[in-house]
Design a protein around this ligand. Structure first.
Ligand code: NAI
Length: 707
């Protein structure tokens, strides 16, 4: 038997261990399905077979899914369809075995791996050890193509399965048990015993088969008739359209495949699943989503060893950011000392920790023991005391250089001499504030994004004196906290904010030119940005944005001069969501609506109404970012187009289906980008003149990516 699978026989039960040679995780790469098929053929011939257990030989992974490079390489829909059909056939054979088959899952169980588990008669999982389930295919622009769209609804019902399939959300063991995705959750050492018991008794352990919760009862009733199913499917489609939009066809296709199976039976459902997979796998959206996935993996694969020993952290300033960062660190096992002058702010931070723990618990991601351990890792004070034993101290106080300097000097006086000191500043110079610290080589920037628990990016900023060792340790620490680190140079606005500001400011300048604000927002949203510039300004806070623009103007020049529209809004205390009124009005629930007053409020800054096609509106805002990104590369703020693209997708929500800002620019071609920038320079300001790099690329016919 080929060496990916090891078979062990004991009392009529065959344990199949999946252990892909030479890899850290199991993937269903070329040839593996064929080998597995042979295993199944052997099991079919096995005399006196009572049951089969499928387990992984890897440490914290059951099966990570299909091989991404295979998906990446498919250029013909027919080929895609055949790949899906092959997987379907093998898992169909697995399902058809005449004995109980138990997937014994420890670690990540994803994509094709989860579809394999679904084709088993039972699933048991370990409660710890990083076990989780997920069907992330739609996040990569495809759908679960090995029967997942058919078997999951049959197992856990429509609403839960549609949620998993269309969002790619992970499901942790306790939740999986509640949903009926797994039959039992046990401690790691009992995994195989539990699997064996399931085969021998065919039953779940006593007391586990609970009455379904009330909401599940309602959905069961709905699912049992055609009309009810139609309602659930329509709701899912609506939700998908709202969240993903037209640029991401995969989740809607997945709903179609689910519906087909429910309406016309498994066979038809599988046929459509394979057909749709073929259609999706060749789309540019799929290829670009895979590129972004790979970028994320690449930036994530940093050596985490330099963060060893960073077990105790200080967080100075317990506001929006400090509270979020403290909660995250405590959740990841770090002891945290929080200091804030204001007891109210400290109370707020503790509430943030409490609600973060609550969220993890409701997702089933932590045990009840951890629910109390996490808050117990936090201590707090209103004075800079108790920093003596800390390894890394982060400041998240007000965004003012004088305040930062005082705080850094105080940290340096109270903390050990070799402790790392990091600032969460979003635009101020790390080099300048580090001058307050005796040994500035241990100071760096660690720029988290808001909200901390949801935004995956951290910019690690190397100040003029930051040592290599410090940069590596901070990068590794960001990884330890589950974030994706991108290292940037200490230039005003770093990367993401420097690129976002032209987007916001050009939005305001277009408004000055008489283009209606709703039209601008709508154009950018249909381009794929999560929010148009005005909705985003309202979210960020217009005072903060114009303050940041003024800061950047000092360091980078006239193009950052805040539009008078922003200044007027800020002076009029129309700050955005936080004041209930910005470009739009917000009610207490944060719902946005039109402000009938806004036109008269801004009338002295806005010219007569003018119409512009959406394409021109998009170009003005997006190409302003492209030009700025080229300048960032010239100034070596980051050292690659990859860093720009990942930073913008993860930090600014730039649409992933484009592959990122510079990938998008490449798809337009440097010559066209340069031409459009020239035209914008004539119309909207000389700072649109294409950067030297863009001109060069236009002349040479090259692109930001050389492939
Ligand atoms: P915030 O105003 O919510 O919190 C700041 C906290 O610092 C307050 O609780 C205040 O009492 C405390 N503080 C001020 N001076 C202090 C001192 N000397 N010692 C101890 N505590 C002190 O501010 P926020 O929004 O959390 O921002 C903090 C930092 O994070 C700023 O540098 C900001 O630019 C940056 N940032 C903010 C983001 C956001 O969206 N809010 C995003 C990324 C970075």
């Amino acid at each position: 038997m080929a060496d990916t699978f090891r078979l062990r026989r004991e009392g009529g039960i065959v344990t199949v261990t999946f252990d892909l040679p030479g890899e850290k995780v199991n993937i269903l790469r070329a040839g593996v399905l064929d080998e597995f098929d042979k295993v199944l053929a052997a099991l079919e011939e096995e005399a006196d077979l009572k049951g089969v257990i499928i387990v992984s030989g890897k440490e914290a992974n059951f099966i990570a899914g299909a091989d991404i490079s295979v998906i990446e390489a498919v250029t013909d829909p027919e080929e895609g369809r055949r790949l899906a059909e092959r997987g379907q056939a093998v898992f169909g054979r697995l399902e058809a075995l005449s004995v109980p088959v138990v997937a014994a899952v420890n670690g990540s169980c994803l994509g094709g791996g989860m579809e394999l588990a679904l084709a088993c008669t039972h699933r048991v999982a370990t409660g710890a050890g990083g076990t989780f389930f997920g069907l992330p295919e739609t996040l990569l622009g495809i759908l679960p193509g090995f029967g997942g769209t058919q078997r999951l609804p049959a197992l856990v019902g429509l609403p839960e399965s549609l949620r998993m399939i269309t969002t790619g959300a992970r499901v942790y063991p306790r939740k999986a048990l509640r949903m009926g995705l797994v039959d039992e959750v046990v401690a790691g050492e009992y995994l195989l015993d539990a699997a064996r018991r399931l085969i021998e008794t065919g039953k779940r352990p006593r007391g586990r088969k609970k009455q379904p919760p009330a909401d599940r009862m309602v959905s069961l009733l709905l699912e049992s008739n055609r009309y009810g199913r139609g309602l659930i499917l329509e709701k899912a489609r609506k939700e998908v359209r709202r969240k993903a939009g037209e640029h991401y066809p995969a989740p809607l296709s997945a709903v179609d495949a689910v519906e087909e199976g429910l309406t016309h039976g498994r066979k038809k459902g599988l046929e459509l699943e394979a057909l749709l997979l073929g259609d999706l796998v060749v789309t540019p959206a799929c290829k670009n989503l895979i590129r972004v996935f790979r970028l994320r993996e690449r930036f994530n694969s940093v050596d985490t060893a330099p963060a060893k020993g960073l077990e105790r952290m200080g967080v100075i300033g317990a506001g929006v950011m400090g509270g979020g960062i403290a909660a995250l660190a405590a959740e990841e096992g770090v002891r945290v000392r929080i200091v804030d002058l204001s007891p109210t702010a400290l109370g707020g931070a503790l509430r943030t920790v409490g609600s973060a723990v609550g969220k993890r618990r409701s997702r089933g991601a932590i045990s009840s023991a951890e629910v109390s351990w996490i808050p117990s890792r936090i201590s707090y004070d209103t004075e800079m005391r108790g920093l003596g034993g800390l390894h890394i101290i982060l400041e998240a106080v007000a965004e003012r250089m004088d305040v930062k300097k005082t705080v850094l000097a105080a940290i340096a006086a109270a903390a050990p001499k070799n402790a790392l000191i990091v600032s969460n500043t979003s635009s101020l110079s790390i080099t300048e504030m580090a001058a307050e610290v005796k040994n500035p080589s241990r100071v760096a920037g660690m720029h988290f994004f808001n909200p901390v628990d949801r935004m995956p990016l951290v910019e690690v900023i190397r100040g003029g004196k930051t040592s290599e060792e410090t940069a590596l340790a901070v990068t590794a620490f960001a990884r330890r906290l589950g974030k994706v680190p991108v290292v940037v140079r200490d230039r005003p606005g770093f990367l993401v904010n420097r690129l976002l500001l032209p987007f916001l400011n050009e939005g305001a300048r277009l408004l000055e030119d008489g283009v209606p604000m709703e039209k601008i927002d709508a154009a950018l949203e249909s381009f794929g940005m999560p929010l148009g510039p005005f909705a985003l300004l309202d979210m960020v806070g217009i005072d903060i944005a114009s303050h940041a623009a003024a800061n950047l103007r000092e360091g980078l020049g006239e193009r950052f001069q805040p539009s008078p529209v922003l200044t007027a809004m800020s002076d009029g205390k129309r700050y955005g969501r936080k004041s209930g009124r910005g470009f739009y009005l917000y009610n207490r629930r944060g719902e946005k609506r039109r402000d009938a007053d806004i036109e008269s409020f801004l009338s002295s800054h806005v010219k007569d109404r003018s119409e512009k096609p959406d394409g021109e509106i998009v170009d003005r805002l997006v190409l302003a970012m492209v030009n700025e990104a080229a300048l960032c590369l010239e100034e070596r703020v980051v050292d690659s187009a990859e860093a720009v693209d990942l930073g913008m997708v993860l930090g600014a929500g730039f649409p992933a289906f484009t592959g990122g800002l510079l990938r998008y620019a490449d798809s337009r071609g440097a010559a066209e980008v340069a031409d459009r920038l020239e035209a914008l320079a004539a119309e909207a300001g000389s700072f649109f003149e294409p950067s030297g790099m863009i001109r060069k690329l236009a002349d040479s016919g090259g692109g930001f990516y050389r492939e």
